[in-house]
Design a protein around this ligand. Structure first.
Ligand code: NI
Length: 253
């Protein structure tokens, strides 16, 4: 059975019929879901969804939303319940720059501090901001909580630095895309015991489903691709994934 470590069942497009989406995923061998928030409302929805079997919540503010965000960590703390397993998705995105760099950096730092207070791992989104990202993680001692580099797109060198900081690397739909040769080369170099998988649904559908809305039932396509690249059996791979997650998140699964 597989774990989708990053799925937005809280996005309107999936939330409207989330029970069917989860049922189809379970039929395809996906039995656990980390629902990731990106602002206050989506984080509340993640917590609501996590009242159900196999669903866990991750709460936080995406760099895109950092400029229209008022921090009151008191409220965020109240949102946490026994099935809140992480803080995210947080990070930096200089590719789209929907929020100014300064506000992205501020919100990212404050959420790392918060994660340390509540002792939860962090789920990181990074696009074209690796230097500033690593500087902030170093300054805030992000290794004290560790976490997941979501939909990893950095270099192998960056992965090596982060692997000493208690971070896992999550791969998603793009690993199946014909033009993603560099990403596959990076994946081949990263040891299996640092890898996890995700759909990031409703975004980034794997190759056979491109052009459609992504959903967690497509996760096995990503698993199959990685098994092929890493030359490992699917059953063994799913055991490795669970062990990797236990190292960072504890005995939740
Ligand atoms: Ni996401």
């Amino acid at each position: 059975m597989l774990v989708d470590t990053h799925v937005h069942l809280n996005d309107d497009r999936l939330f409207l019929h989330w029970k069917e989406v989860v049922r189809r995923a379970k039929e395809n061998g996906v039995d656990s879901f980390f629902v990731v928030g990106y602002d206050w409302e989506s984080s509340e929805r993640a917590v609501f969804l996590s009242n159900h079997d196999g669903i866990y919540s991750i709460i936080g503010v995406h760099p895109h939303d950092s400029s229209n965000f008022e921090l009151s960590m008191c409220d965020w703390r109240k949102l946490i319940n026994s099935k809140t397993i992480g803080i995210g998705e947080i990070g930096l995105d200089y590719y789209k720059l929907y929020s100014p760099k300064e506000s992205q950096k501020k919100v990212f730092s404050e959420f790392i501090q918060f994660a340390k207070e509540v002792k939860l791992p962090i789920i990181i989104h990074c696009r074209e901001a690796w230097k500033d990202l690593l500087d902030i993680m170093r300054a805030e001692k992000a290794w004290e909580v560790g976490g997941i580099m979501h939909s990893y797109s950095g270099s192998y060198e960056t992965a090596r630095a982060l692997s000493n900081w208690n971070f896992l690397f999550s791969f998603s739909g793009p690993i199946t895309y014909p033009n993603a040769k560099n990403l596959r080369e990076t994946l081949k170099l990263i040891p299996l015991d640092l890898i996890v998988i995700e759909t990031d649904a409703p975004y980034l559908p794997p190759q056979p489903y491109r052009g459609r809305l992504n959903e967690p039932s497509y996760l096995p396509e990503i698993a199959k691709k990685i098994c092929e690249l890493k030359n490992v059996e699917l059953e063994r791979f799913s055991e490795i994934l669970k062990n990797n997650l236990r190292r960072v998140f504890g005995d939740i699964l």
